[in-house]
Design a protein around this ligand. Sequence first.
Ligand SMILES: NC(=O)c1ccc[n+]([C@@H]2O[C@H](COP(=O)([O-])OP(=O)(O)OC[C@H]3O[C@@H](n4cnc5c(N)ncnc54)[C@H](OP(=O)(O)O)[C@@H]3O)[C@@H](O)[C@H]2O)c1
Length: 265
Amino acid sequence: MLSSFRRAYSIAVHEALPLSNTLTLIPGGTRGIGLATAKLFARHGSRIVVLGRDQERIKHVLEKELAPIHGSNSSVEHLGFQCDVSNQEDIERTIKDLNQVAPVDYLVNSAGIARDSLLIAHASQDIENVISTNLMGTIWLNKAVAKGMMRRKRGAIINISSVVGLQGNIGQSVYSASKSAIIGFSKSLSKELGSRNITVNVIAPGYIDTDMTSSIPEDRKKAIVARTSLGRLGQADDVAEAALFLAQAKFITGQVLVVDGGLSL
Ligand SMILES: NC(=O)c1ccc[n+]([C@@H]2O[C@H](COP(=O)([O-])OP(=O)(O)OC[C@H]3O[C@@H](n4cnc5c(N)ncnc54)[C@H](OP(=O)(O)O)[C@@H]3O)[C@@H](O)[C@H]2O)c1
């Protein structure tokens, strides 16, 4: 009697969650901002599909980070695919496989790399990798999910740019180029997809405490913190909350939401 009550209760709670019966695709969901977003969307009831290059890391995220969120009673099975977003064929194959499972409701595109260097010393391979991962990856991923969203006349796309894409930064000209381009791309796409009830927005984070920023020396981190109004570095959860807001916002599209604690003011 007690166990059937518990089961009924857990199903009722689950059904009441705002993102129940949705699927969220999160390239870069294996670490940092993407992982925080995956956990937050899962807590709100969405089925999560993470993409990353490292199979072991994907397994860890599925088993240790996502599966425990609703416990063993949950009917939601989260998925992970090994996929290099700098490779168009890899993306198309992955989305084809995913479409056999379920359509994508939300795309939160958090896969990205930074390779900082003054332009005159920038290694050609690093330049190509930054552009092919950050910019081309975004374009191929948006293209791959847009068709399904258009057919269903529903969906929200959130691409992760950076305040560096708005303001520029020494040593980040190529990274900045990739992140600025994501903004122009997303604004244009929002106009193409708006009539199909699909929103396309951008988040521009400031400095967020993740693997990507872990090698920044402590004195530079302190200097960055001193420039923020809120007096701290951002956490991955700060960006995840912005992504959740944009995913649920029905009348916001083509916008850039800056999540930087006031750094860029
Ligand atoms: N941290 C910040 O301060 C900050 C500020 C502004 C914007 N951003 C942007 O926010 C996004 C997330 O950054 P983060 O700080 O969370 O970085 P992170 O902790 O280094 O995580 C990056 C994620 O991207 C994935 N990834 C990288 N290259 C990939 C590829 N070719 N194919 C598939 N997945 C790939 C990584 O997975 P694998 O390595 O396992 O493949 C990882 O899951 C990035 O676009 C970054 O530019 C970050």
